[in-house]
Write a protein of this length. Structure first.
Lengths: 120, 113
């Protein structure tokens, strides 16, 4: 059974940093592209970024809204995906989801989500 | 960026009746050489992550009831729930995976009339 179990999140002040984790199991983590998607309170879904697999050199892409502030990485030895967030803004307040891509296409599995609140 | 626009924003349908949600992309998401539309539909209940319903615009994910169907091509797509059940109350999103940044429609809230 595929599982994506998220941790991290919480309250952080504007300008602060936070790291989210997403522990994967039930599939060959190293084979798949992984993404982060966020959802501001009461709003729709916004793609944050993705990290490719080892075969594609773990390259990353980011949404313009987070480029230069957020960084996605993965640890194959721990089957874990990370989202490092720096220079956080109030508009980054959202539930953050990790998601697995099906063969670089749609999202077939999602984590449970974790709330990040940026507020003074 | 490809802009995805859903209509309506919300709809109320009686139990057992049909619900239809539209999704329009700002440019075609049809990959001609593969003859596939790079369009997915998700369902999201309050407090839960989205769940995949449809991919390639019309292929139903395993385990999804057959009352859910997707259609359309190019820039215009439709999600149809043929006979609304109580458990279908949710927000539905379309998403294009033709080009990054992946983009979603704004969502359509489906309620019981």
């Amino acid at each position: 059974e595929v599982q994506l179990v998220q941790s991290g999140g919480g309250l952080v002040q504007p300008g602060g940093s936070l790291r989210l984790s997403c522990a994967a199991s039930g599939f060959t983590f190293s084979d798949d592209y992984m993404d982060w998607v966020r959802q501001a309170p009461g709003k729709g879904l916004e793609w944050v970024g993705r990290i490719r697999n080892k075969a594609n050199s773990y390259t990353t892409e980011y949404a313009a809204s987070v480029k230069g502030r957020f960084s996605i990485s993965r640890d194959e030895s721990k089957n874990t995906l990370y989202l490092q967030m720096t220079s956080l803004k109030t508009e980054d307040t959202a539930v953050y989801y990790c998601a697995k891509e099906y063969q670089t296409d749609w999202f077939d599995y999602w984590g449970q989500g974790t709330l990040v609140t940026v507020s003074s | 960026d490809i802009v995805m626009t859903q209509s309506p924003d919300s709809l109320a349908v009686s139990l057992g009746e049909r619900a239809t949600i539209n999704c329009k992309s700002s440019q075609s998401v049809l990959y001609s050489s593969r003859n596939k539309n790079y369009l997915a539909w998700y369902k999201q209940k309050p407090g839960q992550p989205p769940e995949l319903l449809i991919y390639w615009a019309s292929a139903r994910e395993s385990g999804v009831p057959d009352r859910f169907s997707g259609s359309g091509s190019g820039t215009d797509f439709t999600l149809t729930i043929s006979s609304l059940q109580a458990e279908d109350v949710a927000v539905y999103y379309c998403q294009q995976y033709y080009n990054t940044p992946w983009t979603f429609g704004q969502g359509t809230k489906v309620e019981i009339k």
